[in-house]
Design a protein around this ligand. Structure first.
Ligand code: ADP
Length: 349
């Protein structure tokens, strides 16, 4: 009797909780609130579990435990990266907008001949902003975004990877519209049973709007089946002069700059550097003021320095030039040629 009473109370609480849940879903779209949202969400899930309620959009398949562990990755991926935080790559942004973001926003429009690409691949040298773009897509979509690492999908024993992939897609469908981001997708091709894996990828996305967004630094490592599945293939290139300028400005936007700092010159001298290389240069240069300041001081003197005093030290042209000498480009000419060749054969424009 008492149990029933409790149960009734819980069931009455469910509409209120559903309201809560809606708030949570709206909140998930606000990148500043993930902690709070997680708290709400956990409470709602616990109470729902006790009351035996499966709210709409909840995973309803055979692997609730696995789904719960995959779900953690969903919430971690609300990264708050906006399009403007990504320097250059305007064509890639436009393609992603059209291939991933808009179909999720207006599924009715993207039907029939306008059917969205079933899978989108971003390829290019390492450190060019593929992951960053995926994060921007997540933020801009404001819909469910599952950021899965290949290691959470790959398993040693036969059939297990397939089970995980199926669960992932069930979850994505329950939460549709949604995007699944798979980084380093080439590593799945060498995995055992990858043919069955790819089959999952092909079959599972029909019906509810679930888009697969993948990234790789080695597109030539994809087997043909997977390549065909990733219909739209976007080349993420090394930054050109204009993008390098933008990237340096983004990186140094919160830092005090000396008047002699000539961003144009740094951008001219960094041809062949990736976005990641340039970020490392900016990071290194921005630490130089502090290094100069503490040189020759003992630990007590350093501890007693005010932080404001260090924050005010501007980044100077020499700091950047020094970092330029230290940090060399990481992408080889040969690597770029391979990407260009692959692009001319299989890339989309
Ligand atoms: P990839 O996934 O292509 O290997 P990432 O997106 O992880 O590269 O980039 C690594 C880091 O380099 C980013 O976190 C960012 O700091 C910087 N970066 C690379 N490309 C860009 C870009 N186009 N705009 C801004 N930052 C960039």
């Amino acid at each position: 009797g008492q149990v029933n009473n409790y149960r009734n109370t819980l069931q009455q609480a469910v509409p209120t909780l559903n309201n809560c849940r809606n708030t949570v879903q709206q909140g998930v779209q606000t990148p500043q609130l993930p902690g709070q949202v997680n708290n709400y969400r956990n409470t709602v899930q616990q109470v729902n579990a006790v009351a035996g309620v499966k709210p709409k959009g909840e995973y309803n398949g055979p692997d609730p435990q696995l789904a719960a562990s995959l779900e953690k990755e969903i919430l971690e991926s609300n990264p708050g990266v906006r399009w403007d935080d990504v320097a250059g790559l305007n064509e890639a942004k436009r393609l992603l907008q059209e291939a991933v973001v808009l179909p999720l926003w207006m599924p009715e429009y993207f039907q029939g001949i306008r059917r969205p690409w079933r899978g989108v691949l971003m390829f290019g040298p390492p450190g060019t902003g593929k992951t960053l773009l995926a994060k921007a897509v997540a933020t801009e979509c404001g819909t469910t975004f599952l950021n899965v690492s290949c290691s959470s999908l790959l398993a040693k024993w036969y059939g297990e990877s397939e089970r995980r992939v199926r669960c992932l897609f069930d979850l994505a469908r329950a939460r549709a519209p949604s995007t699944i981001f798979i980084d380093e997708i080439d590593s799945l091709c060498s995995a055992r049973g990858s043919d069955r894996w790819v089959e999952q990828l092909t079959n599972n996305t029909t019906g509810k709007p679930v888009t697969v967004l993948a990234a790789t630094n080695f597109p030539w490592g994809l087997d043909e089946a997977l390549r065909r599945r990733l219909e739209k293939r976007i080349y993420i290139q090394l930054p050109d002069f204009k993008s390098r300028k933008e990237l340096i400005k983004i990186n140094l936007k919160l830092i005090t700059l000396a008047p002699d700092l000539d961003i144009d010159q740094v951008a001219r001298r960094t041809e062949g550097y990736s976005g990641d290389d340039l970020t490392n240069i900016c990071r290194d240069a921005s630490l130089n003021g502090m290094r100069r300041k503490i040189a020759g001081k003992n630990p007590d003197e350093i501890k007693n320095m005010s932080e404001a005093e260090i924050l005010e030290i501007p980044v100077m042209m020499d700091d950047l030039l020094e970092a330029l000498v230290k940090i060399q480009p990481t992408v080889s000419r040969g690597d770029i040629e391979r990407h260009e060749k692959w692009f001319s054969e299989f890339g989309s424009t």
